[in-house]
Design a protein around this ligand. Sequence first.
Ligand code: TRP
Length: 461
Amino acid sequence: MGEGDVQIDPWSSNQSTDYSRIIEQFGLSSMDHIQMNDPSKLHRRGIVFAHRDLDVVLDAKNNGEPFGVLTGLMPSGKMHMGHSMVIEQVKWFQKQGGDVTIAVADLESQATRGVSLSKGREIALSEYISNYAALGLDPEKTQVYFQSSRPIVQRLGFQLGKRTNLNEFESIYGFSGETNLAHVQAPMVQVGDILHPQTEDYGGLRPIVVPVGVDQDPHLRLTRGLAAKTNWFNVNDGKKSGVVIGLSIQEDNAEILGQQPNGRVDKQKLNSIFEGIVSRLSSIGYSDIISNPKHGTVNIPGATSKDKIRIRTKLLEYERELGGMGLLAPSSTYHHFAVGLTGDKMSSSKPKTTIFLGDDIDVIGKKIKRAYSGGQSTVEEHRRLGGNPDVDVAYQYMMYFFEDDDEFLQSINSDYRAGKILAGEMKQLCVDRATEWLSELHEKRDQSEHLVKDFLASDAI
Ligand code: TRP
């Protein structure tokens, strides 16, 4: 790591919030150039601040092609407002037509938090899925499963282990010789979570987006790298222009791609593979295709960088026909963390820092009244200097969670800065909104209790 570099530890609640540095250091894309119809409030307010390959998913959506959403929950402790942000996003993607898969990370929770599988199940259903139902996820279009009871998830994790090593884990996660192996296995299971929806039994090849907090990005980096390493056909930009396809010869495809054990090339086999590539490319409309089996490349001079995803998809299909896994790197989106009530980090292990979805309404009011404020120390000063909504928890919570109306939010933002709204008044606004929001949620939770079982996939019942 270079000096001043950020390390992201997915198991710590102490995350860096230096988001521009994170974007730069880990190569995330900012949301600036992303066009979205009907963006959610998290999108409109810049709370979802970065992504990887989100355009792949949005293109699929715009072309009326299928896409999936996968996310996971760690069943330990109670669900708090911070957790609801991922569900907001999942709901949005669901409305856009995505099919939704949710992993209950019961194996991870057992390995890293000491929660038994049966306890994990109980927490997942009573704390999380019941709130997902109340928050409005559609049970018809959502499949919840448990890591411990979906063999393909664990199998993929095991199989892809072959493509990484402890050095990579050291550099991604900071693991060392003392690291418990359960911590090494947990990310591999998560790789299985993220990739399995594109296998034939779980919906087949299609873009999958993983909305998460940025603490989970190490797992996405790992998964994307592993998926790419398994690909039989590399798709790259040409040196000057166009797109170039190359073969990636590996232990388990060498024979099929015409590399004989004695080191000789089976020309007939190789040629037929190349014919296969050309015919897949012609099927998506390219006519100028330069196939060069001797060099091991196919050039498409007329293709541009933007065409790569279509080409890649076709070749992944072809790879699957030939017996490969044909894995597409997952897309992802990242949200900012909401500040904790104390003005510090929000953490489920510190109840004073957050509002739990199950908190009693009067407790919520008290918590907000005690929250860190961006106001001045006296009324007189506040009127003169104004408050700072950027650090004011009450304002922040309205922006992140409770207030849908952008114009209203903008107006209280400027009135606060101008000293027209006092810190206590801002808190009261938040208490009112929070009360309304959470009472409605509690009511819905009672009404939708019977739906919880409808969210479960058949292997989760
Ligand atoms: N590791 C995640 C957490 O700590 C839970 C999780 C498991 C997950 N599998 C996932 C998240 C797949 C996103 C995608 O909360």
